[in-house]
Write a protein that binds this ligand. Structure first.
Ligand SMILES: [Zn+2]
Length: 317
């Protein structure tokens, strides 16, 4: 019965979604559910996502997709899989599943974190998610002392801190989180992001590597020179690690106007990239700016819902 519904969706996508491309966006694939990261795919969810797209859609690499968009030769129900930031679990958990289902993928790396630092949002989740603590000193960001009880209140508080810090200049953002750790005498969580060697291993296993700036700043908060530096630096570091050209880019946070501007798009072109992905929801076709490709957040927890939303997005745009 369910198989029939999936085949019907496949047929609708084939007929009404011609020459359209879905690009899925993931960050982590967690070995087990993490209550502080409820929206991240777990290994079991990611496995059925990949099983579904390999059975009912046509997973292709972003490079093939670009060629398909240019020549109007995209296969039916074309889909690309992408990951942002550069988590170790992209290599240890996701890659074996990608390999098993023969699904190509691109991983966009923010290069500063390959030295062992964690990203600011993870540092907040790790601090506030520490169940040994019920009270936090958040005077440094004007929130005073805050008590938490369950995971819901820990998550609410984390999101509140993220909202207060995300759009700070990235250097000040790091300083602010450093201060919160110091004020709470907290230990850093072990590294979550890939080392240079792990990035190279992932590439050697056939995963495309793209750039995602060096420090993961909100590019709109930087002047043109700083943006250029952040974008070019991540490209050149990755090219040294991989010993080959890096031509794909993802904007941190990824929303036009909020997170990057048309000036940023020009800088990305000048740096020698061939395409770039945003986090704007939707699908791409031959009329889409390849420097602002749209993506799709795969957060559904049921296969039929996931498939329906994929095809609905493909057909409606
Ligand atoms: Zn990112």
């Amino acid at each position: 019965m369910l198989g029939l519904a999936h085949r019907l969706l496949q047929l609708i996508g084939k007929n009404l979604g011609k020459q359209k491309l879905s690009i899925l966006i993931y960050h982590q694939v967690l070995p087990d559910f993490d209550p502080m990261r409820p929206d991240e795919a777990t290994e079991s969810v990611f496995r059925w996502h990949m099983a579904l797209i390999s059975r009912y859609m046509t997973p292709i690499s972003l490079a093939e997709a670009m060629q398909g968009l240019r020549n109007n030769s995209l296969p039916q129900n074309a889909v690309c899989v992408t990951f942002d930031d550069g988590y170790i679990n992209n290599l240890t958990v996701a890659q074996p599943i990608l390999d098993e289902y023969q699904v190509p993928a691109t991983v966009y790396i923010a290069t500063a974190f390959s030295d062992g630092k964690n990203m600011f949002n993870d540092r907040i989740f790790d601090l506030i998610g520490d169940t040994q603590r019920q009270r936090f000193d958040l005077k440094a960001i004007g929130l005073g002392e805050v008590d938490v009880s369950d995971y819901a209140s820990r998550l609410d508080l984390s999101y509140q801190i993220i909202r207060k810090t995300k759009y700070l200049h990235y250097a000040l953002r790091v300083e602010t989180i450093d201060k919160l750790y110091k004020d709470n005498a907290a230990q850093e969580y072990p590294r979550r992001m890939m080392t240079s060697e792990q990035i190279k291993t992932l590439s050697d296993k056939g995963v495309e590597i793209g750039a995602h700036t060096h420090d993961h700043p909100i590019l709109r908060t930087l002047d043109a020179a700083e943006q250029s530096e952040q974008i070019a630096q991540s490209k050149s570091i990755l090219e040294v690690i991989l010993d080959k050209g890096v031509t794909q880019f993802a904007y941190p946070n990824g929303k036009l106007d909020d997170d990057y501007s048309l000036e940023t798009v020009e800088i990305v072109k000048q740096c020698g990239f061939e395409n770039a992905v945003s986090t704007l929801q939707g699908v791409s076709d031959s009329s889409t700016d390849v420097f602002q490709l749209q993506r799709f957040l795969p957060w559904d927890n049921h296969p039929l819902k996931f498939h329906t939303r994929l095809i609905h997005t493909l057909v409606k745009s």
